[in-house]
Design a protein around this ligand. Structure first.
Ligand SMILES: Cc1cc2nc3c(=O)[nH]c(=O)nc-3n(C[C@H](O)[C@H](O)[C@H](O)COP(=O)(O)OP(=O)(O)OC[C@H]3O[C@@H](n4cnc5c(N)ncnc54)[C@H](O)[C@@H]3O)c2cc1C
Length: 421
């Protein structure tokens, strides 16, 4: 085993190079800690690069709600919906589902909503700061998004739902006739209605985002170690890690930001984390037939979001609960292609296919805090459907916490000790 790095007051290690890890590492480096990101060479499965690109600050109501759970039976995959609970993965999703049920009571839901609101309110300003600092302000598009429906009944129900929902800092209005006509011109199916959100946003391109954040980190003299952390442990009161190439490392601060894999790492220090791999799927085409100025469009009847990135058009959907080793289900890509075909969306005959896991905790709140297992161990993971939205603000909060400054948001609701109760 090679000892590559020792602890000192001014160094840090971030495990994970997804968007959350990158934003945290950038902030630590900016705050004067010599920071090393440990990430495997092949990072294509990270949710950060396969997501829908939506800065979803409207989603202040946690998905751990009675309404979500009650909707599951009619939203199952075999009934045409997005939800899968594969039988072969029951040992992963059953304990999660029981904890999820326990998080849906009115008081827990209201507390969760209040907590999520405190993170989502500063999320867009944090992205403005992070991207301006990285010289990539143009990657943040603040042009809202659309939700559209294909039947009168779903339009009436969907509009009623959204109008009664708390949507945080965003506002909703009916899409104008012109806006609907613009979307309708891109689809074969007639649209029965739609709403426009103002105050939400989009990242213009995810590969470009990754490049911009990495370039800024490098310009600030941040360091990388290419490898997978194979064990995280505590010795003499301090956390240390070993990579799959045999390198042993420790630092004044170690931050676990490994997305859905974070649960396995935290188990190494004796902390059981009820995280699940909530897998999503996308197809993508290098299509230019979809206007670059069109904000993301949610086809709500199909539970599908269509996003025009600079690098292509992407359709994303599905929530499939399971463990880390579940195999991809090709029927999900086929379903996405069928939706695209039914709507007449401009996807090629053979769009690229991707699947990856959202890191989800049963109360649908992220975990951001300091570990009780070792003084030098911190965590930032579990951002479920909102990791892109929340990455920049998470970076700022983790940076403050680790350097002993006061985080701008109270972190108690996001502490992992909440799962001990
Ligand atoms: C289909 C889909 C659509 C989505 N759409 C949106 C959206 O529109 N808006 C939004 O806000 N969110 C969206 N999300 C959620 C969002 O993508 C995630 O919450 C977010 O990417 C999580 O980021 P992360 O950095 O925590 O994890 P990840 O992106 O999964 O990154 C984890 C990192 O840890 C590394 N890692 C893992 N194990 C190890 C190890 N042992 N050693 C070292 N490194 C390790 C990985 O290689 C990777 O670099 C979507 C997710 C999916 C699947």
């Amino acid at each position: 085993m090679r000892n590559q790095q020792q602890a000192s007051a001014d160094n840090a290690i971030v495990i994970g190079g997804g968007v959350v890890g990158l934003c945290c590492a950038l902030e630590l480096q900016r705050r004067g800690l010599r920071t090393t990101i440990v990430v495997p060479a092949d990072d294509r499965a990270a949710a950060s690069w396969g997501n829908a690109g939506h800065i979803a600050v409207e989603q202040v109501e946690p998905l751990a709600s009675r309404a979500t759970v009650l909707s599951f039976p009619r939203r199952l995959f075999w009934r045409g919906g997005p939800v899968s609970l594969p039988l072969g993965q029951i040992s992963a999703w059953l304990p999660f589902a029981l904890r999820l049920l326990g998080s849906t009571g009115t008081r827990r839901f209201e507390r969760g909503k209040a907590a999520l609101t405190t993170l989502l309110e500063p999320a867009l300003p944090a992205w403005r700061r992070t991207l301006a600092d990285a010289g990539a302000a143009d990657l943040l598009l603040e042009d809202g998004h659309f939700v559209v429906w294909e039947s009168q009944a779903s339009a009436a129900a969907g509009r009623a739902h959204w109008i009664s929902a708390d949507t945080g800092t965003t506002t909703i209005r009916d899409a104008t006739a012109d806006e609907l006509a613009r979307i309708a011109a891109l689809t074969r199916q007639p649209l029965a209605g739609g709403i426009r959100f103002d105050g939400s946003g989009q990242i213009a391109d995810l590969p470009e985002l990754g490049r911009a954040l990495r370039a800024r980190f490098a310009a600030l003299d941040g360091a990388w170690h290419s490898g997978k952390v194979s064990s995280l442990s505590v010795a003499d009161g301090a956390a240390r890690l070993v990579c799959d190439d045999g390198t042993a490392m420790t630092a004044g601060a170690i931050l676990v930001a490994a997305g859905a894999a974070s649960g396995g790492l935290m188990a190494g220090v004796g902390t059981a984390v009820p995280i699940i791999h909530e897998r999503g799927y996308h197809i993508q085409a290098a299509s230019s037939a979809w206007p670059a100025t069109m904000p993301p469009v949610v086809f709500e009847d199909r539970a599908m979001i269509v996003t025009r990135f600079r690098s292509g058009l992407r359709a994303a959907s599905f929530v499939e609960f399971g463990g880390p080793h579940a195999r991809p289900d090709p029927r999900k890509w086929e379903r996405l292609a069928q939706h695209a075909e039914a709507l007449g969306l401009p996807f090629d005959a053979a769009p690229s296919r991707w699947t990856g896991a959202r890191p989800t905790l049963p109360d649908y709140l992220p975990a951001i805090g300091r570990s009780t297992a070792a003084d030098n161990l911190f965590y930032a993971f579990g951002h479920q459907h909102l990791g892109l939205t929340l990455a920049a603000v998470t970076g700022e909060l983790a940076g403050a916490l680790i350097t002993g400054a006061a985080p701008a948001v109270a972190l108690a609701p996001f502490d992992l000790t909440r799962f001990r109760r």
